[in-house]
Design a protein around this ligand. Structure first.
Ligand code: CP
Length: 333
């Protein structure tokens, strides 16, 4: 007689993840079992990606964004709405909240945690964010802190990888940015890949290489010493990436203006040509590229957007249900 896999309830998946009441400050706060549990929950919740499942009526998700955002803020807002709760959104706190009247971030947090069951905080200063998170009585989700980490973007990208390849272990991923110091998503992704057993290549300029504390954490916490490839030019970079399964471009959070203009010139060395990926696919092997977005003009060969290798926008199709899964696993049923 054929055996059948029992269908697990949302309640049992959330219970098994064991993250109720927890904060997500770093992607490394999640064990491999918890990551796979979140993937299973996200897949289970996918049918409600564009409708509604009233799991948490009355729940409030606070969204405090001290830096601009399209994807992180809107996908969390959509996620809590799909789960039957509501979002409390502050998109410009330095102008429209009492931060403008010199209130401290800690005092703001002491109050907002009385309204919101969970708070997503994006902030340009990771130390300030950490201090504010420490005084909150509601769980905090790091929505991107300084140059340090952006764990929910990595969670989304790991989930998209899992959905694309069916596994993550033993895949080779090149995390590449001219400036890996400011690539907070790159740091989180490297930890997540290490946690799930992928092979990691870190590519950057030597004067902006992956920070020593990130390398130390990869070694001490995960026993991983990634290959580092420094000072590529466009040809050598294209040769390097033609051997990997996924090219991961964490981009740069440089604002518009002179910094951005400089960044654009150095990104040219990390420009993946559509022909490179086409040659790999023609050899019979799958290869993918994703950019965590927003991408700047000139950072990516836009011809890739119309090929099977493009993962940037396909990942976005998962961003609501993976964030529903995260919020549900923290709220508990
Ligand atoms: N990837 C990402 O964090 O995008 P936003 O800055 O638009 O949220």
């Amino acid at each position: 007689m054929a055996t059948t896999t029992p269908v697990r309830t949302i309640h049992s998946i959330i219970n098994d993840i064991g993250f109720v009441g927890h904060s997500l400050i770093s992607i490394s706060d999640l064990s491999d079992d918890q990551l796979y549990g979140l993937f299973e929950l996200a897949k289970t919740l996918e049918p409600w990606n564009r409708s509604k499942i009233d799991l948490f009526p009355g729940a409030i998700l606070g969204l405090l964004f001290f830096q601009p955002s399209t994807r992180t803020r809107m996908s969390f807002e959509t996620a809590i709405t799909r789960l039957g709760g509501k979002a409390l959104v502050e998109t410009n706190p330095e102008k429209t909240s009492s931060i403008a009247k010199e209130e401290s971030l800690e005092d703001m947090m002491r109050c907002v945690c009385q309204y919101a069951n969970v708070i997503v905080l994006r902030h340009y200063d990771d130390q300030a964010a950490r201090s504010a998170a420490a005084v909150s009585t509601s769980p905090i989700i790091n929505g991107g802190w300084g140059h340090w980490e952006h764990p929910t973007q990595a969670l989304l990208d790991l989930y998209a990888m899992w959905r694309t390849f069916g596994h993550i272990k033993d895949l080779t991923v090149c995390v590449a940015a001219a400036d890996m110091v400011e690539a907070r998503t790159g740091h989180s992704m490297a930890y997540g890949l290490a946690r799930l057993g992928a092979k990691i290549i870190l590519a950057s300029r030597s004067d902006r290489r992956t920070p020593p504390e990130v390398m130390a954490k990869l070694k001490d916490e995960f026993g991983v010493v990634p290959e580092e490839v420094l000072d590529s030019n466009q040809d050598s970079f294209n040769e390097l990436v033609s051997g990997v399964d996924l090219i991961y471009l964490p981009g740069c959070s440089a604002p518009k203006g002179a910094t951005s203009d400089f960044y654009r010139t150095i990104m040219d060395d990390y420009y993946v040509r559509a022909e490179t990926l086409e040659a790999v696919r023609n050899s019979g092997r799958d290869i993918y590229i994703t950019h965590t977005l927003p991408r700047r003009a000139g950072e990516m060969d836009l011809r890739i957007d119309d090929t099977d290798s493009q993962l940037c926008f396909r990942s976005i199709s998962h961003s609501v249900n993976i964030r529903m899964a995260l919020v549900a696993s923290i709220l508990g049923l």
